[in-house]
Design a protein around this ligand. Structure first.
Ligand SMILES: Nc1ncnc2c1ncn2[C@@H]1O[C@H](COP(=O)(O)OP(=O)(O)OP(=O)(O)O)[C@@H](O)[C@H]1O
Length: 457
């Protein structure tokens, strides 16, 4: 297991007939709304852009009460890196969304490429389960809903989202700004607070936090305050300000990154570098080309280029929708998983046919010694492999809220989980999947979920 989110688990997997090539497999309990299908559709769409920052999906499938995606493996997330690197410096590369908003921008949803490969210089965006298309079929901006259900992760969501306003493109940038503050100052004061207290802190602490950050952070904040749902962010301007932070810190694209050989923390990361092949490792990555930093003499953004809070009241968003093409996203408990008809009684020890199965555990290198018998933080000792979770503190990460199961109680903590064992139908491989308690109690099925990855067509 290499990652765990609020709704599923991510494993490093290998195809049995080619055990040296590793992939990642994200598995989730099948609910009425298949988030992994949304994620898959986005991956497919992004593939067209041929951006090196995309994660390539290999297979989408479902088996009994699980859905899964097999995708290219990446390295540690920025959340993992931040916990590992003492002075917590991370570079943020460019990214731009044209049609979709992510709605869950946070450090654990960005990951560098596999350590020790060319892609360790890239940052990939993960987890498209909450993405939303801002445009309808006629390519018009969808009308904002009067009230939008809470989606995202409390410490990183914007104040608009706290107020249940329709999330827009600027809200992803607010989350990015909170992330940048966190990286710069080591933490956010509201990290473990309730939703209500987090909102208050975000309202009252932002000035004092920004006073301790590079001046460009305040510029970004002032600019974001002028944006609304329908006002498209000026990506060139925002990128210009981000690049300016790089230049003012004297970072250059050819500098070794913190985790690279020759970088300030290579001794921590060297032992974790890739020892096995993974898909995509042959790509060459030229950061100078990719970052395309402004040439000397280009515009330098000043404080005066941005309105100050209070100087420009952002206009309220225009009309809200009465009934339009907006997908109705309900807030409230998710439906119980569909009852599963009798689990198969047939167990066979026949060897799997070549190319037809994917093992749940990589048989080549033992990664960690996690026993998922509770959701308490489990110490993980990385023992090798291209990717490492580094700290193993998955269960402490702030989790995304999709269809929030516990809103009525006003409690923002994550629901406890129980463990179900996934048995591979044709081999003896098993893996334990933590399952949120609200999905196993009551009318839900208690049958052990079974995961079988069908042959690739
Ligand atoms: N392709 C991948 N390769 C390697 N690790 C991955 C990959 N995809 C996800 N992970 C790891 O698994 C973690 C959880 O994945 P993801 O965010 O997609 O799950 P989630 O259930 O949607 O989580 P959350 O509730 O926190 O949003 C990530 O932070 C990352 O460390």
């Amino acid at each position: 297991m290499i990652g765990k989110g609020g709704y599923g688990v991510v494993y490093e997997v290998v195809r049995l007939n080619s055990p040296n090539t590793r992939f990642a497999c994200k598995a989730e309990l099948a609910l009425a709304h298949n988030n992994l299908k949304t994620e898959w559709d986005l991956m497919t769409l992004l593939k067209e852009s041929k951006s090196k920052h995309n994660i390539i999906g290999v297979e989408l499938g479902s088996e009994r009460n699980f859905n899964y995606i097999v995708m290219h493996l990446v390295g540690p997330s920025l959340a993992d890196l931040r916990k590992t690197i003492p002075n917590k410096v991370v570079l943020i590369e460019k990214f731009r969304w044209r049609l979709f908003i992510h709605r869950d921008v946070k450090p654990s949803n960005f990951a560098i490429g596999v350590l020790g490969t060319e892609e360790e210089k890239l940052v990939h965006v993960l987890d498209f389960g909450l993405c939303r298309n801002m445009f309808n079929k006629s390519k018009e901006l969808r009308k904002p809903r009067m009230k939008a259900p809470f989606r995202g992760t409390i410490p990183y969501c914007s104040l608009n989202i706290h107020q249940r306003m329709e999330p827009g493109r600027h809200d992803d940038f607010w989350s990015l700004l909170y992330m940048m503050i966190e990286f710069h100052l080591s933490d956010l004061p509201w990290e473990n607070m309730t939703k209500e207290n987090t909102k208050k802190e975000k309202e009252t602490k932002i000035d004092s936090l920004l006073a301790r950050c590079p001046p460009e952070f305040q510029m970004i904040r002032c600019y974001l305050l002028t944006l609304t749902y329908s006002r498209e962010p000026d990506y060139v301007k925002l990128r210009g300000v981000l690049c300016q932070i790089m230049t003012s810190k004297k970072f250059t694209p050819d500098m070794p990154l913190d985790w690279q050989v020759g970088g300030p923390h290579d001794s921590i990361f060297k032992p974790l570098a890739a020892v096995l092949k993974h898909k995509g490792s042959k790509k060459k990555v030229n950061l100078t080309e990719l970052l395309d930093l402004p040439k000397p003499g280009s515009k330098v953004y000043m404080d005066s280029d941005f309105p100050h809070p209070g100087e420009l009241e952002p206009p309220r968003d225009e009309s809200v929708s009465k009934s339009d093409d907006t997908i109705i996203e309900k807030e409230g408990p998710p439906p119980a998983p569909k009852p599963v008809s009798k689990p198969p009684t047939k167990t066979t020890t026949e060897p799997p046919k070549a190319g037809t199965t994917v093992s749940i555990k990589p048989p080549v290198i033992p990664r960690s010694t996690i026993e998922h018998n509770s959701l308490k933080p489990v110490p993980v000792t990385p023992v090798g492999g291209a990717h490492s979770t580094l700290t193993g503190h998955h269960s402490q990460k702030p989790r995304s809220i999709r269809r929030q199961p516990h809103l009525k109680s006003g409690n923002d903590s994550v629901k406890p989980m129980t463990v179900q064992t996934m048995k591979h139908p044709t081999t003896t491989a098993t893996a334990k999947i933590p399952v949120p308690a609200h999905l196993t109690s009551g009318t839900g099925s208690t049958a052990a979920p079974v995961m079988h990855i069908p042959p690739q067509k």
